[in-house]
Design a protein around this ligand. Sequence first.
Ligand code: PMP
Ligand code: GLU
Length: 396
Amino acid sequence: MQKYSDRVNRLSFSQTFVMSNKVREMKARGIDVISLTLGEPDFDVPDNIKEAAFDAINSNFSHYSPVPGFLDLREAICEKLQRDNNLEYLPSQICVSNGAKQAILNVLATVINDGNEVILPAPFWVSYDEMVKMMGGTSVFVETSIETDFKMTAEQLEKAITPKTKVLMYSSPCNPSGSFYRHEELEQIANVVAKYPQITIISDEIYEYINYDGKHTSIAEFPQVYEQTAVINGMSKAFAMTGWRIGYSACPDWLAKGCEKIQGQMTSGANTMAQKASVTALKTDPSKYRYMIEEFRKRRDLVYGLMKEIPGFRVNYPEAAFYFFPDISHYIGKTLNGTLINDADDFAMFLLDHAHVGAVGGVSFGNPDCIRFSYAASEKDLKEAMRRIKECLEKF
Ligand code: PMP
Ligand code: GLU
């Protein structure tokens, strides 16, 4: 009798894909559902990036690339890190992967042993805890709430550190809260981590460009933790290239070697045409792609105004990324249309069934009181979704 491994039994399906698949099934049955589930830009890939991919195909870039990526792409990444983040890396410190997802897994696989602890400020992106489980580690959650803009303090971090702590992992800007850590906040966190040289920071900066109100800071900019930090970034969000699957890590040498070793046995170098197109994307002045961010900003303001009017929703003002993460604890423990709402996942199912709006409950993001809405959708859909939710909840 064949059986699942313990590893697979430990894992859950990614909740973002679970909810987006439910929406897809309902749409296939002819139901008019608005999906605010998956976090992916709804823009097309900019033409100059597409042209670069066609050129790569026509120039026969069809063979294996080096495992950590073509040298010109790693050089372009180093230039980007210097230009945007004032960070110095050599191409040998970069590993280009199949999305930021694989870049994170590479780093975890390089540093985690069974039983090691990974500190995750909650809420966190759904895949973090699952990736930790996949690698045999244990997540240690640091609770935050809407009152503190969902951000962990340096004191909270220090309390969570034990002799088993190997990694601190967070995204800034944050999926799902839309918050981002300011320079001073990161400096305090860096000062704590620097006292524990066994800790690696996985700094997921995939939403770096989608930041409306402030300057992005990478924790690697603080020299006291440069040697302890893996910077994660990629093409998915900044260039609307989610399906092209290019992400990367920038690490100290020994970590970069570990990532290359893992990836070389797992998947090899990432897709060659997408790598070549990424060189063009990264070398282009970021202002060329700014129109997407300005569009997200308009939608953020639109949704903020409408969501505040929804009964029982407590809403933060997200300054970055493209998510709202309202606290809906008002509804927890209540019975709505005969359905008992035990947590935010039940509430997300309720909204899907009764308002025909898809969102993702906060349980797998580490916060069962909140629900995530992606506003990477058209203004028309966003207005209609907020109208439907309001109308549905006004009855209760
Ligand atoms: N980190 C965060 C915080 C994300 O939201 C995502 C989702 N795309 C990823 C990493 C993975 O991105 P990629 O498409 O590059 O694998
Ligand atoms: N990161 C996106 C999200 O959070 C895409 C889905 C995923 O990779 O989980 O919705």
